[in-house]
Design a protein around this ligand. Sequence first.
Ligand SMILES: Nc1nc2c(c(=O)[nH]1)N[C@H]1C(S)=C(S)[C@@H](COP(=O)(O)OP(=O)(O)OC[C@H]3O[C@@H](n4cnc5c(=O)[nH]c(N)nc54)[C@H](O)[C@@H]3O)O[C@H]1N2
Ligand SMILES: Nc1nc2c(c(=O)[nH]1)N[C@H]1C(S)=C(S)[C@@H](COP(=O)(O)OP(=O)(O)OC[C@H]3O[C@@H](n4cnc5c(=O)[nH]c(N)nc54)[C@H](O)[C@@H]3O)O[C@H]1N2
Ligand SMILES: [Mo]
Length: 720
Amino acid sequence: MSLTAVSLPANPAADDAPEQGAPVAVAGRDFPTNRGGLCQKGWTSAEVLRAPGRLTQPLLRGADGALHPATWDDALDRVATGLRELRAAHGPEAVAVFGGGGLTNEKAYALGKFARVVLRTPSIDYNGRFCMASAAAGANRAFGIDRGLPFPLADLGRAQAVLLLGSNPAETMPPSSAHLAGARAAGGLVVVDPRRSATATLTDGSGLHLQPVPGTDLVVLLALQHVVWAEGLADTAYLAARTTGADDARRSVAAWWPERAEQVCGVPAEDLRAAARLLAAAAPAAGGTGAVILTGRGAEQSTQGTATVTAAINLALLLGLPGRPASGYGAVTGQGNGQGGREHGQKADQLPGYRRIDDPAARAHVAAVWGVDPADLPGPGLPAVELLRRCGTPAGPKALLVHGSNLLVSAPNALRVRDRLAALDLLVVCDLVLSETAQLADVVLPVTQWAEEEGTMTSLEGRVLRRRRALAPPPGVRTELEVLHDLAARLGVTTGFPTDAAEVFDELARASAGGVADYGGLSHARLDADDAGLFWPCPATPAGEPAHPGTPRLFVESFPTADGRARMVAVDHHGPADDLRPDAPVYLITGRVLQHYQSGAQTRRVAALAAAQPEAFAELHPLLADRIGVADGELVRLTSARGVAVAVAHVTESARPDAVFMPFHWPGEGSANRLTTDATDPISGMPEFKVCAIDVSAVQASAGTAPTVPVAVAAGGAIR
Ligand SMILES: Nc1nc2c(c(=O)[nH]1)N[C@H]1C(S)=C(S)[C@@H](COP(=O)(O)OP(=O)(O)OC[C@H]3O[C@@H](n4cnc5c(=O)[nH]c(N)nc54)[C@H](O)[C@@H]3O)O[C@H]1N2
Ligand SMILES: Nc1nc2c(c(=O)[nH]1)N[C@H]1C(S)=C(S)[C@@H](COP(=O)(O)OP(=O)(O)OC[C@H]3O[C@@H](n4cnc5c(=O)[nH]c(N)nc54)[C@H](O)[C@@H]3O)O[C@H]1N2
Ligand SMILES: [Mo]
C-alpha cells in the first residue's frame, strides 16, 4: 500500500466489486511497504469509505442563497455557461483550477490537460504545494529528479542510522514506522522535533531526540555538516567523484560550530556532535550498514523549506550516502497519491512526465500527444498561495474549480482564503461530502473516491500501483473523468477526454515518455499482472525487446543532471517570517494526530474517530499553562496577526514551554489555519504552516456565555 493511512489497498479478496451497502472489509495485504500492518485509521477506513453525509446529487446555489439539489445536466450546464461567460469577459486566466494529491494518476493527468487544453488557462495548482513542494524543489535542484525515496522503503529497515527531521510516522504512517526498528535497535534513530512526538519517544533508551526551537532545522543541519568537516568525517572521494559545489557548501557551514548553533536552535552542542558522529559511523564508506536522512513536513513547511531540504541533501552527500546501500536522502510523502499527484501536470509549472512547462521541447512533445499547437499551451501559472490570494480580485481569477482539497480548513491564513473564495463569481467544488469549502460553493458536484473507481497511484518510493474498484459508488455520483469529459464537451472539446481510466493511463504513459517521470512502459494490463507495482522511470522498449523492469534504486551510477553529478548549493538560516515579539511571545506549531486525516472532511464524520478525538485542542507545557492560568481540559484562546482560535488545553510535558502544538483537522473556531501565516518559501511556494507567533490566554467562561468548542459540521446541514 502507499504510505498513507486513508489510501488503503483495496481488499485483494474483493475481486468482485461488492454492491453498494454490502460490507467492505479493508485488509492489510502482505506488501513490502507496510509489512501487512495497518494503522488505526486504516482499520476503520471501511467506515471512512462509508462515512455518513455522502453527497449523491449535484447542488446549485439558488437565488435564496441556499444550496439545492439539481440534476447533473443542470449543474454541468451552469458550470459550462459560467466558465464560458467569465472567459469571454475576462480572458482564459480568469478561470482557475485547484487539484489534489489524493487524486489518482489518471485524474491528476486529466485535470492538468483539461486546464491547458479546454480552459487554456495557466492558472492551475494543487494542494501538493502545501505538502511536497519544498522537498520537490530541493531534490530537483540537487539530483535532477524528485522521487520521495530513491530506493524501496524496505531498504530503510537495513539502515544503521536514520535521521528524521520534522516527521512523525508513528502517527502519520504507522505501518512504515516498522522500518525504523533496525536503526532503533542499533541505537541510530535520531528524531528532530520541537515536540516529544510519538515518534520521538521511540528514541527512549537509545538514539537521540533533538528538540530544537521551531523553525531552526536548518541550523541543526548546518551544525551537523560543520561537525562532519571539522572531525574529518566527510567522504571526500565521493564528493570529488559525484558532486559539484562541495567547496561552497563547506564555506557556508564554517560559521555554524555547535556551540554557536546551540545559541540559535537550542540543541545542546554535545547532542549535535553525537548525532553527526552516529550518522557518519553508519555510512557505508565508514563500514556501517547505511544511513538515511528523511525530512517531513515539520522541516519543509517553512519559508526556508527548500534551503532546509538542500542542507539535508548536502549532509547526505557529505557522508557519501545517495546511491549507496540502504543510504541516502528522502522525503516522506503525505497524501494517498502525494507522489503521482506531483508528476502528471496539475502543478502550475509542469507538464506530464514531470516536464517543465517552460521547456520548448517538453511543450512540443506534450502538445503532439494532445493534438494541439505548442503555441496554444499556456505558460506557467502561480503557486497555490498566490493563486488563492488573487482569487476574486480585479486582476485575478473569477472562477475556481476545486478537485480534492478542503481549502477553507487546510490553507494557511484560512480567513483570508474564505474571503477570497467568497469574492469569486463562480466556485465549483467536486467532493464526496459537503466539506467546509463545498458549503461555500455555487455548484457542488458529487464524485467517486479512489476505492470506487479504477486507476493507479504512485507510492513515495516511485512504485506505480494499480488500484482496482473495490466497492460500487452510491447511485447518483460520477467519476471525475466523467465530469471532465462532460464539461469539455460542453465547452466544445469533444475528443481527448475518455472516461475509461485504462485509456487515460495509456495517454499519460505516452505524454510522460522521455520525461523524468517516465511511465512509457507501463499500462493497466501490465500493472494488473504485478501486484507489487513497478518503479518509474519505466520507459517503453522497442517491439520485440523485453519490457523495462522499472527502476527501484536511483543514483547508483550517476545522477540525472546534465553532468551526472549531484549539485551542492550553499544555504543559510534567516528564521521564520512571523517571529516572536512582545505581543506574540509564543510559537504555534501545527501538525496531525493519528485519528484524523487532513482537513477532517472525511474522518470527522466517522463516529469512532470523532469520539477518539472529538474537538480541537492545543498542547501546552505545564510552565506555560501555569503562566497563563489554565488547567488541563480548559479552553484557551490563541491569537495571531491573522486571527483567533479557541481550543481545549492539553497540558503536557511533551511540548516546549515556548511552543504550542495544534493539529489542523478542525474547522471554525478550532481551526489552526485561522492563525497560520501565508508567507511562502521563495523557491517552492510552500507556506510556513509549521511556525508562526501567537499569544495564548485562558478563556474565562462567564455564566451564560460559555464558549462553544467547534464540532464537526452536521452532514447536509446547509442543504435546504
Ligand atoms: N493520521 C494522519 N496521518 C497522515 C495525515 C493526516 O492528516 N493524519 N496526512 C498525510 C499527509 S498529507 C502528510 S503530508 C503526512 C505528514 O506527516 P508528518 O510530516 O509526519 O506530519 P506532521 O504532523 O504535519 O508534522 C510532523 C512533525 O513536525 C513537527 N514540527 C512542527 N514544527 C516543527 C519544526 O519547526 N521543526 C521540526 N523538526 N519539526 C516540527 C510536529 O511536532 C510534528 O510532530 O502525513 C500523512 N499521514
Ligand atoms: N496548519 C497546517 N495546515 C496544513 C498542514 C499542516 O501540517 N499544518 N498540512 C498541509 C498538507 S501537507 C496537506 S496535504 C493539506 C491537505 O489538506 P486538503 O487539501 O484540504 O486535503 P483533504 O483534507 O484530504 O481534502 C480533501 C477533500 O477532497 C475530498 N476528496 C477525497 N477524495 C477525493 C477525490 O477523489 N476527488 C475529489 N474531487 N475530492 C476528493 C475530501 O472529501 C476532502 O473534502 O493540508 C495542508 N494544511
Ligand atoms: Mo500532505
